[in-house]
Design a protein around this ligand. Structure first.
Ligand SMILES: Cc1cc2nc3c(=O)[nH]c(=O)nc-3n(C[C@H](O)[C@H](O)[C@H](O)COP(=O)(O)O)c2cc1C
Length: 265
């Protein structure tokens, strides 16, 4: 394997960790990285065809591919080369996200040959409402590495285009509705040092830290909670009653460990 490309969107880093682990186990001479997380990283036209495999990973948001990722991917033209698609979800369910991702990458010109669903610590997980804490853990990452090794063997055995069949993944049509909730984490003024970590962490550039305090554009907020994770003083918090209720429910109903799932052509 000479060259691999990884493409991911990963506000709180779990998807990145899984995709990087898969890529690492391919023992490729070169790894190109397209990080779609910051808005400035999301403008790509035609991708070059000089890679043996593209690994594309996204988190699951309300059972779907995050809307911003759909928009970014639709601006790309895949080079007709094989892709492995990966979704990472917070131990609730991934519903139609893998099917949607498979459809998008096929439409823009990749050849999906394999897919996987991994679990990552839920974006809404906190000390008070823990959900899939520490995932992906060593067990998950070992499975990610094993998936990568299998991909490598398959590609070497079947040649670059796989066996010519379509990849089948779980999911239903029509895709489930995207749940929408306009809100954002808030800043506890007394705890905030105006260090700017929240502003730097926000993928949507929705946060502005000034001498006067922290302003958040709620319309642009994805609720990804990257700002909450990045805040060194615990000043950035979700305070929205509806979201806190969801976090409490997920924490009490989604504690049974779900394992990674794999799908191959
Ligand atoms: C707005 C939003 C919606 C989410 N919806 C789901 C969901 O439907 N099912 C689930 O299991 N996890 C869900 N999650 C959790 C993320 O999929 C999970 O935390 C993932 O690991 C985040 O990836 P990242 O660390 O790469 O950002 C959601 C997270 C957010 C922010």
């Amino acid at each position: 394997m000479k060259s691999v490309r990884i493409i991911y969107f990963s506000p709180t880093g779990t998807t990145k960790k899984v995709v990087e682990t898969i890529a690492g186990s391919l023992r490729s001479e070169k790894v190109d990285v397209l990080d779609l997380t910051p808005t400035r990283g999301r403008r790509y036209g035609r991708l070059t065809s000089d890679v043996d495999l593209t690994i594309l990973g996204v988190p699951v948001y309300t059972g779907r591919v995050p809307f911003q990722v759909v928009e970014a991917l639709q601006q790309m033209q895949g080079p007709g080369t094989p892709a492995a698609i990966v979704v990472v979800y917070g131990n609730r369910a991934y519903e139609d996200a893998l099917l949607e991702l498979n459809d998008i990458v096929s439409r823009i010109g990749f050849l999906p040959i394999a897919a996987a669903a991994f679990v990552g610590e839920h974006s809404f997980s906190t000390a008070a409402t823990p959900i899939a804490v520490g995932r992906p853990d060593n067990e998950d990452l070992e499975q990610a590495a094993s998936f990568g090794r299998t991909l490598r063997e398959r590609l070497e055995a079947a040649g670059p285009l796989g066996n010519g069949q379509f990849l089948k993944v779980p999911g239903n049509y029509p895709y489930r509705e995207r749940a929408q909730h306009v809100s954002s984490p808030e800043t506890v003024t007394e705890l905030c040092t105006k260090c700017g970590a929240c502003e730097a962490a926000c993928p949507e550039e929705a946060i502005a830290v000034t001498e006067d305090g922290v302003a958040t554009d709620r319309e642009s907020c994805l609720l990804c909670c990257a700002c909450v994770r990045a805040c060194p003083t615990g000043a950035r918090r979700v305070n929205d009653v509806e979201l806190l209720t969801i976090a409490r429910e997920l924490s009490s109903t989604c504690h049974e460990r779900r394992s990674p799932e794999f799908f191959m052509k």
